[in-house]
Design a protein around this ligand. Structure first.
Ligand code: SER
Length: 585
């Protein structure tokens, strides 16, 4: 079966069992304590805790999705048989609908009957001081005829929570054999029974008391790549149809064979695919947070591309191949193809310069320690692995462990920054874009929100259609707006944008909202910022005939309420992205 058929089979199977199909959410999660979307359940967290109602939102207790996911903790394993950074996760979910018996039966039926595969063995939770042994699952598996049921501990078969808190519970995992007859974990069926008010690290350290969840439920996750590998009876995830066009393209570009250079090919294929999806969701390379993850993926790809002596502009060809492969399911990639190629080209050029400078600096060093190596790493963005290789050539060594310590310090610093940004306000409103702590603040922020739409459109009128929203952050004092544009705006352009917004304010345009299917909204030319999940039915806000955007609101009802609009600052936010701060007087 090819990956396309498997995707459809999975959705069809669960639809038949009364699940509602929900589109993948963005790789940028709503939960600010998590950098990336690592699991299908993240977008559904509020349905387990009772903050949201699945009947109201999906018309069902049960959902099914294919979720874009990214896990970089295993980045160094990429190139082996089973690891990817980016992957698609097939998942079925229930929020107070069904429980263990049905969840296990569905998984069993899907694997053995729909896919026609044999289950090698399964695992269940052996119990610990926080939760009892999962006898029930063991019994259910045995009744289904699966004899090899292995008990494992909290590190392996207890899921969650993601972020600072969330649902968690014991899991049962399914293992099947790949083309090499090796057992591979393919499906994780989670029984979210508890709520944990701390992070997973704290949970694993002990001393946490779990509460019962409001809506105990099911969360399952199965990597499409691994399932396809088992189904196609190959021994490596890179040998499946999702990767073969990329591998073929690399072969074509460098004239070298995949067999002789497998690891290098696989790393490029994995990292470039991940990068395309990250940029497709609005991430750009930088030195912190998500931007840093993207930078690392890109720079590793570039490094391996150099090793394979890929020609200049190699990235363009590879990006196009990836987008061609995925655009049917992820139209945002095709819509952003130009931006994706540009961002990668820029990073490529920057990194090549960096390498030259870093090599020069390294050449000056004759005695090295971890701190100095870290300095070069951070200042020049010179990859740690390459520092090691360069120094090795000259018979100088650094201590990898000490270097990791330096790195950890750096990570902690950026995490602290993140917490400061989002921590501790007790906000009464936080849409991700708009934050307010009182009714009064909501009123002000709402005006800024409408002003943001006007400004977005004004920027497109003055600077051209290539202006695209990359981020927006609104509070009661100001709006902040990030958008793609490749140079500083001139004072004249700033003035023109201000004047146009103020003209529209004076015209006292009406703000209208309409609900329509997402597809229709796109066809009508509404702008959309691909940040969060977009449900099938979306709200489209129009300001007169001037602006039209897919948006969750809230907005002012007429533009005259806004007052006078003024841009306070226009600056660079990151490569190819400008940032405007503006106020209403
Ligand atoms: N949340 C679990 C996982 O990601 C099951 O979906 O593995």
């Amino acid at each position: 079966m090819n990956s396309k058929e498997i995707r459809q089979k999975f959705l069809d199977f669960f639809m038949k069992q009364g699940h509602k199909v929900v589109p993948s959410s963005s790789l940028i999660p709503d939960d600010p304590s998590v950098l990336l979307t690592t699991a299908g359940m993240q977008q559904f967290k509020p349905y387990y805790t009772g903050e949201a109602d699945s009947i109201k939102d999906f018309g069902s207790f049960n959902t099914v999705s294919i979720q874009k996911s990214m896990r970089t903790s295993d980045i160094d394993e990429v190139g082996d048989e089973t690891h990817n950074t980016f992957f698609e996760m097939l998942g079925n979910f229930s929020f107070g609908g069904y429980w263990k018996k049905e969840a296990i039966r569905y998984a069993y039926e899907f694997i053995t009957k729909e896919m026609g595969l044999a289950i090698s063995y399964v695992t269940v939770f052996r119990g610990s001081d926080i939760a009892p042994k999962d006898e029930e699952s063991k019994k259910i598996w045995r009744l289904l005829g699966v004899a090899d049921v292995r008990e494992e501990g909290i590190n392996d078969v207890f899921w969650g929570p993601t972020g600072n808190s969330g649902p968690c519970g014991p899991t049962t995992e399914i293992y099947c054999k790949n083309g090499k007859r090796r057992d591979v974990e393919i499906w994780n069926v989670v029984f979210n029974e508890f709520f944990c008010d701390s992070s997973r690290d704290i949970l694993l350290n002990g001393g946490v008391k779990l509460k019962q969840l409001k809506k105990k439920g099911i969360d399952t996750g199965m990597g499409l790549e691994r399932l396809t590998m088992i189904s196609q009876n190959v021994e490596n995830i890179f040998d499946i149809d999702l990767f073969s066009p990329i591998i073929k393209k690399i072969e074509e570009l460098c004239g070298k064979s995949y067999e002789d250079n497998a690891k290098n090919f696989r790393i490029i294929a994995d990292h470039m695919r991940g990068s395309v999806f990250l940029i497709g969701d609005g991430v750009l390379p930088s030195n912190i947070e998500r931007g840093y993850i993207l930078r690392r993926l890109l720079r590793r790809s570039i490094r391996y591309a150099k090793l394979l002596e890929l020609p200049e502009n190699w990235h363009k060809e590879i990006v196009k191949t990836i987008i061609e492969n995925y655009k049917e399911y992820y139209p945002e990639l095709e819509q952003r193809e130009g931006e994706i190629i540009n961002a990668i080209k820029e990073e490529n050029d920057k990194f090549c310069k960096t390498l030259e400078r870093g090599l020069k600096e390294l050449g000056k060093i004759d005695a090295v320690d971890a701190e100095k190596a870290f300095y070069i790493f951070q200042t020049y963005g010179f990859p740690f692995e390459m520092i090691g290789e360069e120094l090795k050539k000259r018979k100088l060594f650094i201590d990898a462990k000490e270097f990791q310590e330096e790195f950890k310090k750096h990570q902690e610093k950026s995490r602290a920054g993140l917490e400061k940004k989002f921590g501790g306000h007790g906000l009464i409103m936080d849409t991700g874009e708009l934050k307010a702590g009182s009714e009064e603040e909501i009123k002000k922020a709402t005006k800024f929100h409408t002003a943001t739409h006007l400004m977005h459109q004004a920027l497109r009128v003055v600077l051209g259609e290539k202006v695209r929203q990359m981020g927006s952050d609104i509070n009661a004092e100001r709006l902040r707006f990030d958008f793609t544009f490749d140079r500083k705006m001139t004072p004249e352009e700033i003035k023109k944008v201000e004047d146009l917004v103020n003209e529209k304010i004076t015209e006292n345009l009406e703000v209208r909202v309409e609900e329509m299917p997402y597809k229709k909204a796109m066809e009508s030319g509404a702008l959309a910022f691909f940040k969060g999940k977009y449900p099938e039915i979306v709200k489209v806000y129009s300001v007169g005939k001037f602006s039209k955007e897919v948006c969750g609101g809230p907005h002012a009802s007429r533009t005259v309420e806004l007052g006078k609009f003024k841009i306070k600052k226009e600056e660079s936010s990151s490569a190819g992205v400008r940032r405007i701060r503006a106020i209403l007087e």
